[in-house]
Write a protein that binds this ligand. Structure first.
Ligand code: AMP
Length: 360
């Protein structure tokens, strides 16, 4: 098992002392899903704050309905640790995104003494691939098989380099000869290559709601689905077969550059909810629950079986497709984005006097 970030020592009840829970400011870093988070928070009547490096980014001028009410301009992300008191004085709640966790670093994020939406303890299970596999295994989630020994390669495999951002350096080998040709000299994982179609499932778990798809505690919603557009792998076929390109020094990369809306064959929905529910229940057992948005990153085979290759336990960028609803969110409410759903959860928790149960 690899190194997981140190546990959070933030006492949320203490952080919320002195907060005016009816006058929260919803804050996030100016990147990733910020337009949607600000847009949704505003619809729910919240003030918004955009955290940016240097001068405020100009692209918000182009999107006035999704621009934050104010900006907090800092020189480096770790300045947030210095500004904790100022943020708390404004009743700030930080909405975590992949950008915040990456820019601030997992350890700093865990010790930030500002209330954040969701349960920060999830990071200890998510940020390390071995622990993540343990969590999903315990939940009974089907995943791509691991092949710990290259000599065992008897099928196409996907080789992932440890800690590589955006799938950099990952490669596909159709047999062991292709693997040994690359022969990576850095730590890596060899997975079976799952042949199928990719679906990224956007869930929302509310520990407070009791109306809808009920779990042992709270309810689970499906707010949308997307597929990621990855450069250069998604278009490299235009140049020819990967083997030929490799000889020219051109390798596939998996850097996400955009997202595409999709819907799922309806008969797969029971499996989708069963998987979502299983990770929610296991999260409750392991670390007190995963609150709010999360995403299962899946491949569906032609046997209509899911393989989950990753879980992301916060809002994912694919939700940016659905700023005013999705083919699934429309069956829950009008005009419902994941950003807005987060703001609604804050509102519901505050009105029940249970803000601490959706923050950490
Ligand atoms: P990751 O580095 O896990 O985010 O994966 C990067 C890309 O590889 C994504 O396009 C995934 O769909 C794809 N991928 C990841 N794992 C597998 C797998 N075991 N089989 C096939 N494709 C995969």
């Amino acid at each position: 098992m690899g190194e997981a970030p140190a546990p959070a020592h933030v006492d949320i009840e203490e952080l919320l002392r002195g907060y005016d829970v009816d006058d929260l400011t919803v804050a996030t870093v100016c990147s990733h899903t910020s337009l949607q988070i600000f847009h949704g928070a505003r619809k729910e009547g919240y003030k918004t704050l955009g955290i940016c490096l240097g001068p405020q980014p100009r692209f918000y001028e182009a999107f006035p309905r999704a621009a934050p009410d104010a900006f907090l301009s800092i020189e480096r992300y770790t300045d947030l640790l210095r500004l904790e008191q100022q943020l708390r004085a404004q009743n700030v709640v930080v909405i975590p995104t992949g950008s915040i966790v990456e820019y601030l670093g997992a350890d700093n994020f865990l010790r930030l003494r500002v209330p954040t939406f969701g349960n920060r303890k999830v990071l200890q299970w998510e940020s390390d691939r071995a622990r993540q596999r343990e969590w999903l295994d315990r939940a009974g989630i089907p995943m791509p098989r691991l092949l710990p020994d290259p000599a065992q390669i008897d099928r196409p495999v996907f080789v992932k380099l440890h800690g590589a951002k955006g799938g950099r350096g990952a490669f596909i080998a159709k047999n062991s000869a292709e693997y040994y040709k690359v022969n990576p000299q850095v730590p890596h994982t060899i997975q079976e290559y799952v042949v199928g179609t990719r679906y990224y499932l956007h869930f929302f778990y509310s520990p407070l709601s009791d109306v809808g798809y009920r779990c042992s505690r709270g309810t689970l919603q499906l707010l949308g689905l997307d597929r990621r557009d990855e450069s250069n792998v998604d278009e490299m076929y235009k140049l020819g077969a990967q083997e030929v390109l490799r000889d020219l020094g051109i390798y596939p990369s998996f850097v996400v550059t955009g997202n595409i809306p999709v819907v799922l064959r309806e008969s797969l929905l029971p499996k989708v909810f069963a998987m979502g529910e299983a990770v929610v229940e296991t999260a409750l057992d392991l670390f007190g629950g995963m609150i709010g948005p999360f995403c299962l990153e899946t491949i569906v085979t032609d046997k209509l079986e899911f393989r989950v290759f990753e879980i992301s336990s916060r809002i994912v960028a694919g939700t940016n497709l659905y700023t005013t609803g999705s083919p699934y969110a429309d069956y829950l409410a009008d005009d419902l984005s994941t950003g807005r759903r987060i703001a609604q959860e804050l509102r519901a928790a505050a009105s029940k006097g249970k803000l601490a149960s959706v923050l950490s």
